[in-house]
Design a protein around this ligand. Structure first.
Ligand code: 1GP
Length: 242
């Protein structure tokens, strides 16, 4: 079954953009999740992503089970570590951090994940993950011990994305980092989009409807927002489904 990925492809063919609300299990109190999820359900969100840089064992599993009770949106794991893989979700972004040179995040953690995935029904989506500098150090940089790509060198970013696509990755994720001061520049999104024919995800530092629409106009197929909703749930009001 490749339902989630095929749905993303279908949305693109119908000119529909996606919005993933990112929930960090480390920051969401499970008992309070239902109220938050209710707001997600009433918004234009198309996906719920779950993941964080550092999360206690089993926290993700408990949270995903709780979200499942309250939403029909697809739940996609966006894990910072192997321990965050749970069969309760619908799909897994099998992320390879191709902007960095840490073998653990290029292939090492993936090997460790296999024993968990062998008997799992999770849809596994190979995803190239590209960290782009945003003005401050982010937790991805700290945890993975890799440097982000410079936002001044668009060609390297494009070539990195293209290399990931040539390796067979099915999604490309341009990441400025959670709580980034500056989102991925729109020119970089456009430039990468021109070269790729796989879906493009963009996230990090997007905190207004205008920035969201600019990312869409530049070529993002799916935008991920976490911090802006964590900081102010009133933001959902601006993104209500019609
Ligand atoms: C982080 O791209 C996501 O991995 C979302 O970032 O929390 O800044 O919205 P924000």
């Amino acid at each position: 079954m490749k339902a989630i990925y095929n749905n993303i492809l279908r949305s693109i063919s119908e000119d529909k953009k996606g919005l993933a609300v990112l929930i960090d299990p480390d920051k969401m109190i499970v008992e309070k999740a239902s109220g938050f999820i209710e707001k997600v359900n009433q918004s234009i969100a198309t996906h719920i992503f779950v993941g964080g840089s550092t999360v206690d064992d089993h926290t993700t599993e408990i949270l995903v089970a709780q979200i499942k009770k309250h939403s029909h949106l697809p739940i996609v794991l966006f894990p910072g570590d192997v321990s965050q893989i749970t069969n309760h979700a619908d799909a897994l972004l099998f992320l390879s951090l191709i902007s960095g040179d840490n073998p653990d995040y290029l292939i090492g953690k993936h090997i460790k994940a296999v024993s968990k995935l062998r008997d799992s029904s999770l849809e596994v989506i190979p995803t190239g993950y590209i960290l782009i500098e945003n003005g401050k150090q982010t937790s991805v940089e700290r945890v993975t011990q890799t440097k982000p790509l410079s936002r001044e060198n668009a060609q390297i970013i494009v070539d990195t994305a293209k290399a990931g696509a040539l390796l067979g990755m099915k999604l490309m994720y341009l990441e400025a980092g959670s709580g980034a001061l500056e989102p991925v520049p729109n020119e970089i999104i456009s430039f990468v989009k021109l070269e790729l024919n796989i879906p493009l995800i963009v996230g990090g530092g997007i905190r207004s409807k205008q920035q969201l629409n600019e990312a869409y106009d530049a070529g993002a197929d799916l935008v991920v927002i976490g911090t802006a909703f964590e900081n102010d749930e009133a933001f959902f009001e601006e993104l209500k489904a019609q």
